[in-house]
Design a binder for this molecule. Structure first.
Ligand SMILES: Nc1ncnc2c1ncn2[C@@H]1O[C@H](COP(=O)(O)OP(=O)(O)OP(=O)(O)O)[C@@H](O)[C@H]1O
Length: 253
């Protein structure tokens, strides 16, 4: 079985089918991207996998465990992390404290769920935090208040908070949105480091097609809740259904 699998995943909001029978599989160590026009169902898909929403029908398996019905923190403890624009940066705390808070929060209930992931001591959390700060390149800002960070650094702190739960699979939602070209390049390099040095599996939602085609092993395309195409960047670039979805949605691929 793949690291992550959805089977017949369906989510209805009243009369609207936001996800329709989605089957997808992500192998360990892959970087997959999810693309699709506005309203295609990308956020709904991720929220359904990570427990923020419960599916109307279907299953989600992570490393063989059915996630449906589990709470977001329980799913996080299994090794599924998310780095989202809506991540709760606590502005009055320092960069280091933000990562530590996320790290301790992830322990909640850990005896019950997965004692192997339990971090035994404050020292262990400190060491992990230092590791994350260095990887993200925020070590020189460790003691700055989060609110004083420039935009690009705030976005990187969101990634750092995502790493604090020690994920094996990381969902990243538009990690480069609003970034300068230099910040974007840094983030793309960071994604490469997470794959190679941290051995992570990454699930990226990204509107910047240059980045998507550059970094992805495989790309999934959603349109009106349906998975209309999957394949390598080469296969997706000229895929008629993908072109049609974007042109029909008034956006450029
Ligand atoms: N909580 C909700 N209640 C009702 N409808 C919803 C809800 N969340 C999403 N939808 C609808 O489900 C569909 C899919 O939305 P979703 O946000 O998943 O798309 P998306 O691909 O993430 O879009 P974008 O790229 O604009 O973020 C849309 O029609 C949206 O209006």
């Amino acid at each position: 079985m793949a690291l992550l699998e959805t089977q017949g995943l369906t989510k209805e909001f009243g009369g609207l089918t936001a996800l329709n029978n989605v089957d997808m599989a992500v192998e360990a160590g892959e970087l997959v991207s999810l693309i699709g026009p506005n309203g295609a169902g990308k956020s709904t898909l991720i929220n359904t996998i990570t427990g923020q929403l419960s599916p109307t029908r279907g299953d989600v398996y992570y490393d063989g465990t059915d996630l449906v019905g589990m709470k977001p923190f329980e799913i996080a403890q299994l090794g599924v992390g998310r780095s989202f624009q809506t991540a709760s940066i606590l502005p009055e705390l320092t960069v280091r404290e933000n990562i530590q808070v996320a790290s301790f929060a992830a322990e909640h209930g850990s005896f019950r769920i997965n004692f192997l992931r339990r971090r035994d001591s404050f020292e262990e959390v400190q060491a992990q935090t230092d590791d994350i700060l260095e990887t993200i390149g925020l070590d020189s800002e460790a003691d700055s208040d989060a609110r004083s960070l420039p935009y690009g650094d705030k976005r990187r702190l969101e990634v750092a908070i995502g790493l604090a739960t020690d994920p094996d699979l990381l969902f990243m939602d538009e990690p480069t949105a609003g970034m300068s070209p230099a910040e974007t390049e840094m983030t793309v390099n960071l994604i490469g480091d997470l794959l190679t040095d941290w051995g992570m599996t990454i699930f990226l939602v990204e509107h910047d097609m240059d980045i998507v085609f550059d970094v992805s092993d495989r790309i999934f395309t959603l349109h009106q809740g349906e998975l209309i195409a999957r394949g390598t960047p080469e296969e997706i670039r000229d895929h008629p259904a993908v072109r049609e979805a974007y042109l029909g949605g008034g956006e450029e691929a």
